[in-house]
Design a protein around this ligand. Sequence first.
Ligand code: MN
Length: 236
Amino acid sequence: MTQADYLWAPAPVPSVAVRASAQRLPVQRLFFVGRNYHAHAAEMGKPVDKSVERPFYFTKSPLTLTPSGSTTPYPSETKNYHFEMELVVAIGRAGFRIPAERAHEHIYGYACGLDMTRRDLQLLAREKGRPWDLGKDVEHSSVCGEIVPMPGKVLDAGTVELSVNGQVRQHSDIGKLIWNIREIIADLSLFYRLQPGDLIYTGTPEGVGPVVTGDRLHGRIEGVGEIALTVGPAAD
Ligand code: MN
């Protein structure tokens, strides 16, 4: 098909920069794991008992992807826009019903991510039993740093940290994930045929909080890299 086959020019393929490469990773879908650190689940008032629960997920449109280093507008219809610092897994090989012990074969690499959230709308949706889309699928809310290729590598430890205006607000370790990388890939692939370019945001540790216009966010994950975001004024 050429552009002439479409009514108007199709949108560009959503993509993320890859470290030390001129080629970008074309993004397929964005998956997010909910409540995947005990201390964060507790601060949200919903503790997790892994012995009787399974992980849960939500998705966002890939159109919400925003590169690290961006300044994004404070979104509309919220008074409580929150940061959530997360490890992102990039899938590099398709798979369905992937056994946990083979999960590493489907990993292309990792990145630092921010799952920015209209917390007031997310909590309202939670309370009313409505979908989370307005709280989570926020324009510019899926911030992603460069993908660091680590094919076949399972990250099972490493500091994850987020600072706002130079003050540390989130500090934890990948080793504290309730469901680890292997378990997430295995479980998510029971529901979805994972595809190259699927990104999985693995959940945030405790310490989430609101941002205001002018805030400068800086995150890092040991062994992966860094991410930055500036919160701009509300868009017209
Ligand atoms: Mn999150």
